[in-house]
Design a protein around this ligand. Sequence first.
Ligand SMILES: NC(=O)c1ccc[n+]([C@@H]2O[C@H](COP(=O)([O-])OP(=O)(O)OC[C@H]3O[C@@H](n4cnc5c(N)ncnc54)[C@H](OP(=O)(O)O)[C@@H]3O)[C@@H](O)[C@H]2O)c1
Length: 196
Amino acid sequence: MTLSILGSGNIGSALAGHFAQKNIPVSIANNRGPASLEPLCKKLGSSITAVELAGALEADIVILALPFSAVAQLGDKTDWAARIVIDATNAIDFPAFTPTDLGGKLSSEVVAEYLLGARVVKAFNTLPAAVLAATPEEGAGRRVIFLSGNDAEARIAVSAVIKSLGFAPIDLGNLAAGRSQQFGEPLVMRNLLLQS
Ligand SMILES: NC(=O)c1ccc[n+]([C@@H]2O[C@H](COP(=O)([O-])OP(=O)(O)OC[C@H]3O[C@@H](n4cnc5c(N)ncnc54)[C@H](OP(=O)(O)O)[C@@H]3O)[C@@H](O)[C@H]2O)c1
């Protein structure tokens, strides 16, 4: 399965660092284009490839590490039915830092509406970027990454990605069951370890 990251800010860079650490190939794209990513790729090594947005949108698994408000623009950019989407976004109103009012919908449900047919799995959204960037192994445990999504096979695939980076996936079930990992809910900012 091919992997890509959309966004090279706090979360995109943290994840790229883990893929590089494990020597797992991943492409990465941002708004400014591949040339702006050269320093990051040089620092992280050859498993990280800078690409145009269109190239990143061809991956089997696309990780959203960009602002929630940017997701709507991606709707017509690829055949989303062919992809698993890992949604690391949080829908937040700034500067209040409160959850955006989505009319009762979960933010990942809105993402799934924008990216028609995509198998959306929410993950990597609960830890602050600095914690996410740190080593996932801590003492006798591994840092927990919660996930939820409506497609069981996609959740298995995403759990495998999470494990491959050294984290401990905890599968909460479908998106509704995973409400507690959405921004503003109890599992956000919980930095938990699973003893291995
Ligand atoms: N920061 C955290 O601690 C944290 C924790 C959990 C979840 N999150 C969520 O993760 C997401 C990313 O947060 P962040 O802190 O990493 O943000 P960030 O540092 O501002 O980075 C955002 C990245 O998205 C890229 N981007 C914006 N619009 C784009 C588009 N249309 N196409 C491609 N790339 C685009 C930007 O490109 P350029 O670099 O070219 O401008 C930038 O690389 C947000 O939804 C946030 O709520 C953040």
